[in-house]
Design a protein around this ligand. Structure first.
Ligand code: MG
Length: 330
């Protein structure tokens, strides 16, 4: 990939903080950097979480550069298999009584991902929340749960036995490590439970490592930590497991790179975690109303929104220096 110089990289950037509707991943605002590439209407997003070090953040910058400078695969190299990608609703670890109000925000969807194993909560809380969500989507809906690695293997097995009655599409990252996932998968396989790896799939080496360990039936992948669309497709080819494309809580600019990955994956049987823009109070593109699917929109930053969401000069400087350091690592 031909990289821009540091001056080219930083010539036209917007560092913004998107306010979250509900605390998510411990965040109430999502800081991120938008980068204009070869033209004013060609944007990429560098959204590495602020606690990540430069080595971990560098692939996210590679993804932003691929996007902003239009360096992704051509249709000849990687065909486009769909123009609409179905997306899931995401239900935070709220009380059961709040479930309908939150899910109504997502509009028309058929799949819900439910956060479980929240610190400070009990399995009873999870059961009540999953029951309420299953009620909401009905028998035709699809229900998956995401523990974010919060269970031990025994806790996960116990929880899965309590929750399987709700007909789970899959269980995402029930335990923290690849070895635990493999152990649990052996225990629940006979129950017809599928295990998806999410946090275990971050770095470029991970998809293949998870597949080789027999730790998961499904890979949840985010395009930015894998270094962009081109690289992600290569890694997924090698891993050979079904894939769910998920966002990393990017603005709608970054979501387009995820969307581009999703439309170039031939078999995409599970709805993708790309409707996360509903979690923001404001965004830098005109509002998307149908969250059950994600279609291509021209990704041009709304400058009024970007100006209003702009971070302090100190934060902007922090991001510029970080991007420059990460560029050195590519
Ligand atoms: Mg997850």
């Amino acid at each position: 990939m031909r990289l821009p110089t540091v001056d080219e990289l930083l010539a036209n950037v917007r560092v913004i903080a998107l306010p979250m509707r509900t605390k998510f991943r411990g965040l109430t605002v999502r800081e991120t950097m938008l980068i204009a590439g070869s033209t004013d209407s060609s944007w990429g997003e560098f959204a590495a979480f602020t606690e990540y070090d430069d080595a971990e953040s560098a692939p996210w910058l590679a993804c932003a550069i691929e996007q902003a400078w239009n360096l992704g695969p051509t249709e000849h190299e990687r065909p486009i298999f769909r123009e609409i990608v179905r997306t899931n609703a995401t239900l935070p670890a709220v009380e059961a009584a709040q479930v309908p109000a939150i899910l109504e925000r997502f509009g028309d969807f058929r799949t819900v991902k439910i956060k479980v194993a929240e610190p400070g909560q009990t399995l009873e809380d999870d059961v009540a929340r999953v029951a309420a969500a299953r009620d909401f989507v009905g028998d035709a809906g699809r229900v998956r749960i995401d523990a974010n690695g919060g269970w031990t293997v025994d806790e996960a097995e116990h929880a899965i036995r309590a929750l399987e009655t709700f007909d789970l599409e899959y269980v995402e990252q029930p335990c923290a490590t690849v070895a635990e996932l493999a152990d649990l998968r052996g225990r629940v396989h006979r129950m017809g439970i599928l295990i998806a790896a999410d946090e275990s799939v971050r770095k470029a080496a991970d998809p293949l490592a998870v597949a080789r360990a027999g730790a998961a039936d499904i890979l949840v992948v985010k395009v930015a930590p894998l270094g962009g669309v081109r690289r992600a497709l290569e890694l997924l080819d090698e891993a050979g497991l079904p894939v769910v494309v998920s966002s990393a809580l990017e603005s709608s600019i970054g979501l387009e790179a995820s969307f581009d990955l999703a439309r170039r994956i031939e078999h995409l049987d599970y709805d993708c975690g790309l409707a996360t823009n509903v979690l923001f109070e404001r965004d830098v593109l005109p509002a998307v109303t149908n969250f059950g699917s994600f279609g291509a929109t021209p990704g041009i930053v709304d400058e009024n929104a970007a100006a209003e969401l702009r971070v302090s000069p100190e934060r902007e400087q922090w991001w510029r220096e970080r991007a420059a350091r990460c560029l050195e690592l590519l």
